[in-house]
Every structure is written in structure tokens, then in C-alpha cells.
Design a protein around this ligand. Structure first.
Ligand SMILES: [Zn+2]
Length: 361
């Protein structure tokens, strides 16, 4: 089945680069853009496989299959695999969401990639304006005057389109909130806790955490996709997956946010409510707050707030990451509530809204 599809596609298309992609491949697979130079193209999904070519920053490819940490594309007509670490999903972002940004500080570094580990290309000054073509985990990709691209920290820029943000921030913020409602271009790793031999918490009547979680995760995944996000699930069914593997999946993709979903248990039946955990503070804490408050507004369970804890999937994660405890299955009221479709729906709405508020602020 798979082989056949490969042959048909391989015969049809010889090149994978930008100019050929938009019309021809539109329905065949997701388009990704390379975010680094000298990215190896290999004959198989392994670092030991033969290198058959290289891609550079800004090159695009279409993905036809995924194995954890690798994507399958075509390179000059040949089946090829590329590590997914430096790939950014392209969902028409460059044409639809172009906006003007204004630099709000002096001597702001322009870099080759989205993060302080990337090389410095030059500097921008307060009041400089650029066209932003993409945003990735608090970094903006901008077009310089010579047509080349660079990345700039989003917290040192203003996207309201005004050089006087203080005077008009209220109106502009409203406009931004309403029009910036999409999660297109964001890669979200959803991590339904436990599974298989690990039932997670066991609640009243022998209810397993791992089962309720899957219903919740399916709903959250659907609503995230409806909002335009690319969703990667660490597990799709009732099977065991180690914590290390969950983190590896998050770190292997260009993940904009990792969200682990759980239900809680406690020896005392009286303990109840929803809480969101972060590990490292900073951005993680901000996202945890956005998600917690969005969910708390939509569900009838007690709001236990955000908390810091060194969960493995947060502690070892290189990406923005939070863990949500969606209620106590040892509390009769919580358990009755969290088993309903309405609850899963409300949680999903809360997660989507929290992410939108975080990324589009
Ligand atoms: Zn759990």
C-alpha cells in the first residue's frame, strides 16, 4: 500500500523545491520550511543512513510520511528522509499572515534562527520596521531590506502596526485578539498520560485515568486542528510509552508547545479541582497561566491554579511545556463531570483559547 503510493508520487515529481510545490502537491502532504543551513537529506530515517543531499535555510519540502523524529520526502525523485528538528510547518503563513513589526529597543540582535544560540547577522534599532513572515516560539522571522531573512526576539518588537503603541494600544490590542485567532503554523505535541500496562490514577469504581485521558485528548486534538494547528499525539491508543519517549518526540519535532494531559487521584475523596503545572518558570509559567485560566472559566470544577513541579516530561523537555491535571477521579463530583462529553469539549476549548492567548498576545 505504502510502496505503491511512493511509486506513483515519485514518478510524477522530480523536484521538491519551492517553485513546484504549491499547486502540484497541495493535497499530497504538509509543506515544511527548513530553518537551518546544511541540513542533511538521507536515504533512510537514521543518522547512519547515506547522505544524498543537503537543504538550506528557507528551502521547502513536502512531507509524505513521518517516523518519530524523521520525515519522508522526495529529493530529485528519490525517496528521502530528513530529521524534523529544524523544519517549520508552512500553512500558507507567509502569504496570509504577513504583518508589519516595529522594533521597540536599540541594538536588538538579528539572528540566523529562532533562538539566542543562533549566529548574529546584524542589529536593529528602536523604530525600525520590518515585514514579519513567520513567528515561532517567541521569535519573529522578518525580511530585511536586501530581501534576505533574519530572526528577532518577539518581546523586543511590537506587532500592533503603530509607532506609538502607548497611544493606541487599547484599540490595536482588540483588533489583534480578534484577527489573531488562528493557530495555523503552530506544532502542538499532545501527550495523553499513561496507557497500556500503566493505568495511571485509579478512581472511584476502578476508573482508570488512562481511559478518560484518551477521550479528552481526542477532543483537544480535534479542536486544535480545527484552529489550524498541527497536532502530534505521543500515543493514539491504549498502549504503553515511556516518559523518555514522550520527551524525545517533543524534542525531535519543531514543537511550539508540549501539553501533557492527566487526571488526578488523592486518598481523601474531598480533594477536587483542576490545576496546570510548569517546571522552568518564564514562558512555561505564562502558558500554564493562560491555559489554566481559560479552562477554569469553562468548566465547573474548582480552580486550583498553576503550580511548579519537576515532572519528567516537563523537566527534560527543551520545548515550551505544561502538564494539566484535569480533575480528581477520586472525588465523586469531579468524576461524574469529567466523564461527560461536554467536559472534554470545554477542556478542549480552554486549551485552544489558552494557546491562542499565549501565541497571539
Ligand atoms: Zn497521570
Amino acid at each position: 500500500m505504502k510502496q505503491k503510493r511512493f511509486l506513483i508520487i515519485a514518478g510524477g515529481f522530480l523536484l521538491l523545491f519551492l517553485v513546484f510545490i504549491p499547486s502540484v502537491h497541495a493535497d499530497s502532504g504538509q509543506t515544511y520550511e527548513v530553518g537551518t543551513d546544511s541540513l542533511n537529506v538521507r536515504s533512510a530515517p537514521a543518522h547512519s543512513a547515506e547522505v544524498i543531499g543537503q537543504l538550506n535555510d528557507g528551502d521547502r519540502l513536502v512531507v509524505f510520511d513521518k517516523a518519530f523524529g524523521w520525515v519522508q520526502t522526495y529529493y530529485y525523485g528519490q525517496v528521502a528522509w530528513v530529521a524534523s528538528d529544524y523544519l517549520f510547518a508552512v500553512n500558507g503563513v507567509t502569504s496570509v499572515n504577513q504583518k508589519e513589526i516595529t522594533v521597540t529597543a536599540d541594538e536588538v540582535r538579528l539572528r540566523t534562527g529562532p533562538g539566542t544560540q543562533h549566529n548574529i547577522l546584524g542589529y536593529a534599532s528602536s523604530g525600525d520596521t520590518y515585514t514579519m513572515v513567520k513567528t515561532s516560539n517567541k521569535w519573529n522571522k522578518i525580511i530585511l531590506n536586501d530581501g534576505s531573512v533574519a530572526w528577532i526576539a518577539s518581546w523586543l518588537t511590537d506587532t500592533s502596526g503603530s509607532n506609538h503603541p502607548a497611544e493606541s494600544s487599547e484599540n490595536n490590542n482588540h483588533a489583534t485578539k480578534q484577527s489573531g485567532g488562528s493557530l495555523a503554523g503552530y506544532n502542538i505535541v499532545l501527550d495523553p498520560g499513561h496507557g497500556g500496562k500503566d493505568p495511571g490514577a485509579i478512581g472511584i469504581g476502578g476508573t482508570f485515568e488512562k481511559g478518560i485521558i484518551m477521550d479528552t485528548a481526542d477532543n483537544v486534538a480535534k479542536q486544535l486542528r480545527d484552529a489550524g494547528a498541527t497536532v502530534i499525539l505521543t500515543r493514539k491508543d491504549d498502549y504503553f510509552i515511556p516518559l523518555e519517549e514522550r520527551v524525545r518526540i517533543s524534542n525531535a519535532y519543531n514543537t511550539h508547545a508540549f501539553i501533557s494531559l492527566h487526571y488526578n487521584a488523592y486518598p481523601s475523596l474531598a480533594i477536587n479541582g483542576v490545576s496546570t503545572y510548569f517546571h522552568s518558570g518564564g514562558d512555561d509559567r505564562v502558558l500554564a497561566s493562560e491555559i489554566q485560566s481559560a479552562i477554569a472559566q469553562k468548566v465547573p470544577l474548582k480552580d486550583r491554579g498553576v503550580m511548579q513541579k519537576g515532572y519528567h516530561v516537563l523537566r527534560e523537555n527543551n520545548d515550551l511545556s505544561v502538564l494539566i491535571e484535569l480533575g480528581f477521579i477520586t472525588n465523586p463530583y469531579d468524576l461524574d463531570t469529567v466523564r461527560t462529553a461536554e467536559y472534554h469539549n470545554n477542556v478542549a476549548e480552554g486549551v485552544v483559547e489558552g494557546l491562542k492567548n499565549y501565541f497571539n498576545e
